[in-house]
Design a protein around this ligand. Structure first.
Ligand code: ADP
Ligand code: XPO
Length: 557
């Protein structure tokens, strides 16, 4: 039987009013601000009122290195949340907000898929409650204020050649990666090079996702470095005196968004960083709030365990004092065949030999999660073209290594298709968690990067470009050496070469640049050719989009 498209299913959803969803969670009327009938923003007062309540158990969903379409982390996250409710547990889902870049481009939305989606999917995948637009505006307001300061006499002595704060927009536009601003004569500002990143790569996105209160948001914004003086001294937002304005622009975006799944399971969706160019986790506030609202929180981190999960476990847990209880590693036969050398166009054909070879990628991710001391379960996200022989091979691989594994049929069957996975998760989550981050903050930045590269990627070590080596020196000089590291790396490979599938051996990671995100509280290490402003694909998803006669969206997957 054909499974309708994601949007056809979503448009048939029988949603409860968001006030009903809130009431079922014990949220008081004044703590939820409806945005229409099916979306709402939650007051941070919930955390204050319920601070003594027991925290729910946090289940992190990660994956193997994905194909370009993604392997169903969001889908399994939603499906598992639905399944836990079906078996009588009080579970809340916590996801990130979609970016219009992938939505209009190649990757698609971030609402899950099939019968495991969050709804109203169209709203969420388009403008939702405006958070990403607010971050875009706040980011570019700061840029305008910096340029105005320079134009009006540059009292702080900013060197326009060393401005680190650029511009953002929530769209994939390669033409804006490098631009020159201030052209046209003395009245138009001071000419200088700048460029655009995609909004989800903005440090303000990371700050919003890691802040635990409005005051913490302001304090973090205050620390943001926007550039350096001619004497090479850092200039911060505080020096410009505009932290209050930026906090004002973001005060509503800081509140987590409440929606629901197709089966009316509550879902908090907040923050949208990508895990290849940012830290790739939804907000600390949403995760902590979900922990107060449910006995189980099912949350995801972007791309594979080498990216989102690594940053969740090394950065987000520290920022929010969050203790994960278990990790679900989503594996798909198609991704593992890709890692076994099958071209993307042939992934629907049975190929047990390639699958056997590609299992090495899953093996490495399991080793990494194990090294964090966390119980884990492999969820096989079943696709219709997966054959019994292939599924058996993947299950046998896990059984032979005493790895807990379960088939997840949540895309086709919603929560019903995840009940066995839910039972396995509930069983495993009772095992002790000896979680600890991978590295001590006391280690030098280069050692932190080396630990991640060797322990999580399987690299032999790290090479630093001459520029990155100079930036390491500056990081130490300015006292930023104790910050955690946010690796910016391709999502397709454990290495920094997107063409190296499987489990690459005998390789080194090359760090080409280091950026200080003093407000977010981490150092960004850019590797290989990873870009912070993606480009649109040959055939953008936008070509399929329209509005139908009923005013509904067409072509949103
Ligand atoms: N088991 C499945 N069968 C068919 N399509 C799936 C399945 N799981 C996910 N998808 C589809 O794949 C796309 C990516 O799913 P998503 O959950 O967003 O992946 P990720 O979060 O890993 O990027 C979505 O369009 C979704 O509908
Ligand atoms: O940051 C990327 O997230 P997905 O893996 O959900 O695409």
């Amino acid at each position: 039987m054909r499974v309708p498209s994601d949007i056809e299913i979503a448009q048939q959803a029988e949603m409860l009013k968001i006030t009903e969803i809130a009431e079922k969670l014990g949220i008081e009327e004044h703590e939820v601000e409806p945005y229409g009938h099916y979306k709402g923003k939650l007051s941070l007062d919930i955390l204050h009122r319920r601070k003594e309540d027991k925290d729910g158990k946090v289940i992190l969903v990660t994956a193997v290195n994905p194909t370009p379409a993604g392997e169903g982390k969001s889908t399994v996250t939603v499906g598992l949340g639905q399944a836990l409710n079906k078996v009588g547990k009080k579970a809340v889902v916590a996801l990130r907000e979609p970016s219009l870049g992938p939505t209009m481009g190649m990757k698609g939305g971030a609402c899950g898929g099939g019968y495991s989606q969050v709804v109203p999917m169209e709203d969420i995948n388009l403008h939702f409650t405006g958070d990403i637009h607010a971050i875009t505006t706040a980011h570019n307001a700061l840029t305008a204020l910096v340029d105005n300061h320079i134009h009006r006499g540059n009292e702080l002595g900013l060197d326009v050649r060393k401005l680190t704060w650029k511009r953002v927009m929530d769209m994939n536009d390669r033409s804006l990666r490098q631009v020159v601003a201030g052209l046209g004569g003395p009245l138009q500002g001071v000419p200088h090079e700048t460029g655009f990143d995609i909004t989800v790569a903005s440090e303000l996105m990371a700050v919003l996702c890691l802040a635990d209160s409005i005051n913490d948001l302001r304090n973090r914004i205050r620390k943001i470095v926007i550039g350096y003086t001619y004497e090479d001294l850092p200039v911060t937002v505080k020096d410009l005196g505009v932290e209050g304005a930026l906090t004002l622009l973001l005060k509503d975006a800081l509140k987590p968004n409440l929606v629901q799944t197709l089966e009316n399971t509550p879902a908090l969706i907040h923050g949208g960083p990508f895990a290849n160019i940012a830290h790739g986790c939804n907000s600390v506030l949403a995760t902590k709030m979900a922990s107060k609202l449910g006995d189980y929180v099912v949350t995801e981190a972007g791309f594979g365990a080498d990216l989102g999960a690594e940053k969740f476990l090394n950065i987000k847990t520290r920022a929010g004092n969050i203790k994960p209880a278990l990790v679900v590693v989503v594996a798909t036969i198609r991704a593992l065949k890709m890692h076994g050398g099958v071209p993307k166009d042939n992934l629907k054909e049975e190929n047990t030999e390639a699958l056997q070879k590609g299992l090495a990628n899953l093996e490495k991710h399991i080793e990494s999660i194990h090294s964090f001391g966390l119980p884990h379960v492999v969820a096989i996200n079943r696709f219709s073209h997966d054959t019994p022989a292939e599924i058996e091979i993947l299950k046998e691989f896990c059984h032979s290594r005493d790895i807990q594994v379960e088939l997840a049929d949540v895309w086709e069957s919603g929560g019903e298709g995840g009940k066995k996975l839910a039972e396995k998760v509930l069983n495993e989550i009772e095992k002790p968690s000896n979680f600890s981050p991978l590295y001590s903050l006391d280690l030098p930045v280069e050692q932190k990067i080396n630990n991640i590269a060797t322990a999580v990627y399987g690299a032999d070590g790290v090479n630093f470009s001459s520029g990155a080596a100079a930036q390491l020196k500056k990081i130490k000089e300015h006292g930023w050496d104790n910050l955690p590291v946010c690796m910016a790396k391709t999502q397709y490979s454990l290495s920094d070469d997107p063409a190296q599938f499987g489990r690459p051996q005998n390789f080194r990671i090359t760090v080409r640049e280091l950026r200080v995100s003093a407000g977010a509280g981490f150092i960004v290490a850019l590797t290989g050719n990873v870009m912070t402003m993606p480009g649109l694909p040959k055939r953008p998803g936008a070509l399929d989009m329209d509005v139908n006669d009923e005013g509904g969206a067409v072509g949103l997957f």
